[in-house]
Design a protein around this ligand. Structure first.
Ligand code: CP3
Length: 352
């Protein structure tokens, strides 16, 4: 049997590790030619998500090709609206689009709390992936945070400002809370089904946290994130709230195990307010456009700032689609070699 790699799980629990574990947000798909080959044999992204054998195959690609310390199940945060009764389409080079949106109490009647059974294809992909991983790396399950999912369901797709979604928070807070609560209950059932199928840890992506003012983030995102953290006690939970600068202390107070940092979050400052939690992140994804020497220099600088405990190395957001996979590999290799070097030096010193 392959040697077991549980560095990420131990770091998430705050335990000491031989080196810093590393993975990359959006590591599956996007940058790998091997992914595009698999997708081209199907009708598109959504069929790939719903075909467990193929989803498992592309989940494993970054483990084999890039050497990351964790796999993240190949799926999308938008499977939750679909399971609630609001299907999406994925338009090539444009992104997700919802033919119908939710804009009133009346529309809520169209929706249901998603049942885990309707997302059985994800559970199946997780079970298959776990079998094929055979302990080589832990498997991360994930979901969008309720606010981010709310934003897509009311806006109907991506947006710079998410004005329709934000207008709701000002004009229809009662409706907003009802929809957010429905999303939250759907998400908890969904994450629990991922864990039952074999997910070793789960990450909640609040990708649009940063467009809310602090008071709205505290009122319309934090209560729901808290509910999710409290409901999931089987495995560690990572909260990645991009741009939630003013709510880092609130996130630290939840029962999550790991806080994700985007690349603008100051590492030392976040350490101070993190109440001893493990931190994840946060190299600027655009650093990977620089040459190899610069990627190495910036990665080492980041590792030194986080220190060599309670850290999971990652980018500060998903890898950009036009990044050379060799640069991603360089980032991963530098994390592994440099942290191992630093930690073995530490051990040598203490044994003197
Ligand atoms: O590598 C992985 O992490 C694979 C699994 C994954 C996907 N989406 C696959 C995907 C994950 C974790 C996500 C999360 C996701 N999806 C988020 C949160 C993370 C973030 O980046 O903030 C968000 C906001 C979405 C919604 C979404 N899905 C958008 C805006 C788009 C279009 C733009 C793009 O490429 O991200 C998607 C499509 C999508 N999801 C693709 C992949 C591989 C690209 C589709 C394709 O080219 O096949």
């Amino acid at each position: 049997m392959a040697p077991k790699n549980d560095l990420l799980l131990r770091a998430a629990r705050g335990e000491k590790t031989e080196r810093t574990p590393v993975w990359v947000m959006r590591q599956a798909g996007r940058i790998l030619k091997e992914y595009r080959d698999v997708r081209s044999r199907l009708s598109g992204f959504i069929e790939l998500v719903k075909t467990p054998e193929r989803a498992a195959e592309v989940t494993l690609q970054p483990v084999d090709i890039l050497g990351v310390d964790a796999a993240i199940i190949f799926s999308d945060i938008l499977v939750i609206p679909e399971a609630m009764g609001l299907p999406y389409e994925m338009i090539e080079s444009r992104g997700p689009v919802f033919p119908e949106t939710i804009s009133s109490e009346k529309d809520l009647e169209k929706l249901r709390i998603a049942e885990a059974e309707s997302l059985g294809y994800v559970a199946e992909a997780i079970a298959l992936t776990k079998k094929e991983l055979n302990g080589r790396a832990p498997l991360i399950g994930f979901a969008g945070a309720p606010w981010t999912i709310f934003a897509y369901m009311t806006e109907g797709g991506g947006s710079k400002t998410f004005s329709k979604a934000r207008r709701m928070l000002y004009n229809a807070p009662g409706f907003s809370n009802k929809l957010l609560q429905m999303i939250t209950e759907s998400t908890i059932a969904y994450l629990k089904s991922q864990i039952a199928a074999g997910a070793d840890i789960v990450q909640v992506f609040d990708s649009w946290a940063g467009i809310l003012p602090e008071a709205h983030y505290e009122a319309f995102s934090m209560p729901y994130i808290r509910q999710i953290c409290d409901a999931i006690d089987e495995v560690p939970v990572i909260i990645f709230a991009k741009g939630a600068y003013n709510s880092r202390a609130s996130i630290a107070k939840t029962s999550c195990s790991v806080m994700g940092l985007d690349w603008n979050m100051n590492i030392l400052e976040t350490r101070e307010l993190s109440l001893g939690k493990t931190l994840q992140g946060n190299l600027d994804p655009a650093t990977l456009y620089a040459d190899f020497k610069e990627v190495e220099r910036q990665t080492k600088k980041m590792l030194d700032q986080f220190g060599f405990e309670k850290h999971i190395a990652n980018l500060g957001h998903g890898v950009y689609p036009d990044i050379d996979p060799e640069k991603v590999k360089c980032f991963i290799d530098v994390v592994k070699n440099y942290s191992e070097q630093k930690l073995s030096k530490g051990r040598d010193n203490t044994s003197l």
